[in-house]
Design a protein around this ligand. Sequence first.
Ligand SMILES: Cc1cc2nc3c(=O)[nH]c(=O)nc-3n(C[C@H](O)[C@H](O)[C@H](O)COP(=O)(O)OP(=O)(O)OC[C@H]3O[C@@H](n4cnc5c(N)ncnc54)[C@H](O)[C@@H]3O)c2cc1C
Ligand code: FES
Length: 366
Amino acid sequence: MIDSLLNGANRWALQTFSRDWVDYLVSNTMTEFNRRINPFVWSYQLQALLLAVHDEADGVKTFVLLPNQHWRDWQAGQHAEFVVEINGAQHRRYYSLAQRENGCVSITVKRVADGLVSNWIHQHWLPGKVIRLGLPQGSFVYRQQPKLLFICAGSGITPCHSIAQALLQQGVVVDIAFDAQFRHETDMIFASSLRDWAREEGLNTNIALSQPRQSCANVVKPLDADELRRRYPDFAGRDIYLCGPQGFMDKTIALLQQAGFDLARLHCERFAGGTWEADAGVGEACEEIVFQHLNQRVQLDTEDAGKTLMQIAERHHVPLEIGCRQGMCGTCKLMLRQGKVSGNTLGNAVYLCSAYPASRRVVLDA
Ligand SMILES: Cc1cc2nc3c(=O)[nH]c(=O)nc-3n(C[C@H](O)[C@H](O)[C@H](O)COP(=O)(O)OP(=O)(O)OC[C@H]3O[C@@H](n4cnc5c(N)ncnc54)[C@H](O)[C@@H]3O)c2cc1C
Ligand code: FES
């Protein structure tokens, strides 16, 4: 009862006044008493109140969250780290953010078979729950390109859908095409939204099923070289945003490479990590790394041998954004403009925390 009254009051305050104002008021009245009575806003910690849960597809739920005053502006396509406590142990996972009305955000979580956190979230996150999260991060965002093609599979649709939705809502004039792949009919996430965009906005959207259980109207077959040219004859003139399971991404990148697509215009988001070593014998010793977007140049010394690009950057005080350090979140991702690297790359994207220089000179850019 008290909890629901407090939640209502917090919600009203955060949705009626700006977060800066709430922060000002709360930080000037931060007492032990207030912190005990209402630890959601009288807190130095970023937290979110779970307002609603919607079923999206089989094993997929959307959670609508109202973050407290410590939240900051973010861009569609970014994600946040969520801290989930299970049996006294803390687990951290990332989920892509989508914009909602009244200062809310949502995340869409797909249950992973035997997955610890995704299953726990599905069972235990109920409206009224207070959730710990980190600030938005990641560079899988729109960069003012005139023509886009989103290619995604499974839960990889979440950041792509978020970017397209934000562009449509903001009325940004951009030519959007959207290709989403799922396994079965019951796995389809945001399918009605894609169909609405096709009908109401005239977008070229396609939904493919890799293992349809029955003949299903309005779906196409998975993308291959012929389908790429047929569905998106102008694909070479688009920036492509790609997100999905690793096998799907590898296949799509190979397909695009074979089709002669310029990988500098490919933007990828990866959902699962891995282990990456420097490829022994690949390339030559690196002498110089240029961070073009920061206008900064690093001359390497013997201490840099065997280090990741991020470790080298840190040794030489290059101010980079850092996230998981495990090759997953994409916060450290830069584009390779010249030279060679080994380790964790996707197309021309280089995950600095898990990639290594492999040529005398490496040039990176945002
Ligand atoms: C930048 C980023 C954004 C993300 N956004 C979303 C999102 O919007 N929605 C969403 O549902 N997930 C998203 N994820 C994935 C999410 O963070 C978790 O990895 C996922 O929910 C699985 O966690 P788990 O604890 O249930 O599985 P774990 O217990 O960590 O893993 C169980 C098994 O599943 C495998 N596995 C882990 N993740 C996946 C995956 N995504 N697909 C298939 N197999 C996997 C593991 O290798 C392991 O074998 C994102 C990940 C990153 C890095
Ligand atoms: S991918 Fe997360 S910091 Fe590099």
